[in-house]
Design a protein around this ligand. Structure first.
Ligand SMILES: [Ca+2]
Ligand SMILES: [Ca+2]
Length: 201
């Protein structure tokens, strides 16, 4: 056996001894701990992403439901103005339907829920709010579906949205109606979409 071969064998023996040390139990436990912490953080991030995505979807659906009702009320108001402009003697059954639907969805049944405050006492009202119960709920009107409703406006089997609207006559000017449509969901306070519009009379 030459000298070089002997040296190589010695080195390999030394390397094998080193390798046989492997990882200690403490090292393995620390590695598992780090991996667990990492995976838990990842799972939490995943949960947050899913929750955030879900809230985004609900916000989109609630906005659609509110916008849909605003458009419906605007169209109903226009039809109503056209009908009442006709001599009542010529009203058809459809005309009567429009008027009945208008009364059930756009009549200002409760004026107490509109409040105005002059916060700086300059004689000009500068803060407006709706309080108390809504004038109308989603069950109002022809073919009305009672709350809660799903994203298409049909009866919700689980969860769903609550759509209500407030009407105040002669605001912001005489012969106008200010309408607020609200869509809420879940239990949290910020799960709400509000849309205001003014209809002329
Ligand atoms: Ca009202
Ligand atoms: Ca004021």
């Amino acid at each position: 056996m030459n000298c070089n071969l002997l040296m190589t064998l010695k080195k390999q023996t030394h390397w094998c001894k080193y390798r046989q040390h492997g990882f200690s139990m403490v090292e393995v436990l620390v590695a598992i701990l780090l991996l667990t912490v990492g995976l838990l953080a990842l799972a939490k991030m995943q949960n947050q992403a899913v929750a955030s995505n879900s809230f985004g979807n609900q916000l989109t659906e609630a906005t659609f439901l509110a916008q849909d009702k605003v458009e419906e009320l605007r169209l109903l108001n226009e039809c109503y103005l056209a009908v009442i402009g006709k001599p009542q003697i010529s009203w058809t059954a459809d005309d009567q339907d429009v008027v009945t639907n208008y009364i059930s969805q756009l009549s200002d049944s409760d004026t107490t829920n509109w409040s105005e405050t002059d916060t700086d006492s300059d004689g000009i009202m500068d803060q407006f709010a709706w309080a108390g119960s809504a004038d109308h709920t989603n069950a109002d009107g022809r073919d009305g579906v009672a709350n809660p409703i799903d994203a298409t406006g049909a009866t919700a089997l689980t969860g769903g949205y609550t759509r209500t609207w407030y009407v105040v006559d002669d605001r912001p000017i005489i012969k106008a109606k200010t309408v607020r449509v609200m869509v809420t969901w879940g239990n949290s306070n910020n799960r709400e979409v509000t849309m205001d519009t003014v209809l002329s009379q």
